[in-house]
Each structure stands twice: as C-alpha cells, then as structure tokens.
Design a protein around this ligand. Structure first.
Ligand code: GLN
Length: 273
C-alpha cells in the first residue's frame, strides 16, 4: 500500500490495513509517539519521511514478519524486552513458568534458566526477586547479547553463561532449574506458519521428536539441583503425559503439571532428592 504524506495521523491510522492494535503499534513506532501522543497529534499531517517509514513497516508486516521483530520489543511479565530474530518472541504462556518458579523460590535461593533466549524468564524472576541469585545460559551467543541487554534495561541482576545445556556447568549446583526449551517436533506444520517462520529454528524445534531437549534437561539435572530443588519445564500442548513419565522414570518426586490460561497443561515439574 502507499501511505500519503500530508494526510493526517488520524486518517492514516484509520486507513492502515492491519488489525487496529497492529496499526497503532506500527504508527507509534514510525512516528516515535506514545499511545497518548498518537491521540494528541491525530490532526497533524505526516511528513514524506514518516509516510515512507510507515509504508516500509507495514509492508514487512504484510509479508508476515512478526510485529515484535519489526518494532524490536515485546512485553513479558509487565516488563519491556528487546527482541531480535536471534531470539524467540516471549509468549504470555511462559508467564506461568515464571509464576510457578517465584512461588517455589526460597529467600536468597539460586535458580538456573536453561536456554534463556531473550532472557525473559531469568529477567522476570530477577526483577521480581532481587534476593534471588539468577543464572541464565544459552548455546547462542546472539541470544546472550540480547538477554544481557534485557537484564541491564530492566535492572535485573542475572549472571549469563555460554553453555550447551549442562556443558559448562561441571560442579555447579542450583536451588531450582527452569527452562522453556525447543519442544516442537521436526516437521510439525506450526513451524511453517505465522510468527514461527521468522523465529530462530533452534529455539523452536529439537529437530527430532520434540522431547529430546526436555529429556536432556531432565536426565542431566541430578548433579546440578540441590536436594529438594524443583525442576520446572515448559512444554508443548500435548507433551505433559510424556514429560511427567520422563520425570518419574528419572526419580523425581512431586511430579505434576500446571495449566496455562487456555487450560492446557503447559508446565510440568518435580523435585529431586
Ligand atoms: N511456545 C512456542 C510455540 O509453540 C514454542 C516455544 C518452544 O519451542 N519452546 O509457538
């Protein structure tokens, strides 16, 4: 589409082709305005630079690029997170994992976030509980750069570590381990739909049956989890039975699953020792 310079902000907003929320987000981003600014300036005319900028943003969205990557940010747990295509876009479902972790975190306890991506989980925990000693790891250095920026921007004290799962953690123990690992099976049609087409494939799928990262985390936690410590894992909508079975087979106690806002068993966990 072509957005006309000289049209008013309000007229342009009404004519944009996306849904009303996305129209507003892209218009605010193109004009550098807040939501309130958009209202107070609704009668002024767009400059030609602004029209061209907005046109380019709308074209990217119409080509399917996720809105979070276009504007470079997404809200999670009430905090703003910088996102690039090096990281998965934080999902509201994952707030359940944060809440379960916060409910179980003893004062001053240590917690490890495995495969932190944007840092959403680790930063939300550290921001809410400054007493917690939060460590976050990822195998992707690009993701760690984004996560570090998010910790700094949200005044969250998180120690970051470049590690392939437990690879760099020999001899290190935590009071709790949490993870939202890649859990989509290779070949799942969701990988070629919507936002997922633009997200890092290594954050979404294990290139296998969808359970291999979950298996690795469950099987390897023993030497890294203090006695009685919780392991909490986000997983796919149809994986709760299998994840509970893996936890039970590896000797975890208190094995259970919790439902997300959509009523889907989204997080499972248990304690060790
Ligand atoms: N929740 C994401 C989705 O299904 C997947 C995230 C993941 O694999 N950890 O869109």
């Amino acid at each position: 589409m072509s957005i006309q310079a000289g049209a008013t902000v309000g007229a342009v907003q009404a004519a944009l082709p996306l849904d009303p929320l996305e129209n507003r987000i892209l218009l605010c981003h193109a004009l550098g305005l807040t939501r309130v600014g958009l209202i107070t300036q609704s009668h002024r005319a767009l400059t030609s630079d602004e029209a061209a900028t907005l046109d380019a943003l709308v074209a990217r969205r119409l080509a399917g690029e996720p809105i979070a990557y276009i504007v470079g940010k997404r809200e999670f747990y009430g905090l703003d997170f910088h996102v690039t295509d090096a990281v998965l876009i934080p999902r509201p479902d994952t707030e359940l994992l944060v809440e379960l972790a916060l409910e179980r975190l003893a004062p001053g306890a240590s917690v490890l976030d495995m495969g932190t991506g944007s840092g959403a989980i680790a930063v939300a925990i550290a921001h809410t509980r400054p007493d917690a000693r939060v460590t976050a790891l990822d195998a992707s250095t690009g993701a760690l750069d984004v996560a570090r920026a998010n910790a700094a921007a949200n005044a969250a004290n998180v120690a970051f570590l470049h590690s392939d799962w437990y690879g760099a953690l020999a001899g290190v123990m935590f009071g709790m381990i949490v993870s939202n690992p890649p859990y989509i099976a290779s070949g799942d049609t969701h990988l070629s739909e919507g936002d997922l087409r633009f997200e890092p494939v290594s954050a979404l799928t294990d290139h296998a049956d969808g359970l291999s990262a979950l298996r690795t985390i469950i099987a390897g936690a023993g030497p890294h989890l203090a006695p009685g410590g919780w392991l909490l894992l986000e997983h796919g909508y149809d994986q709760a039975d299998q994840v509970r079975a893996l936890l039970t087979a590896h000797g975890y106690d208190q094995v259970q699953s919790w439902r997300d806002l959509a009523g889907i068993e989204r997080v499972s966990g248990g304690t060790l020792g």
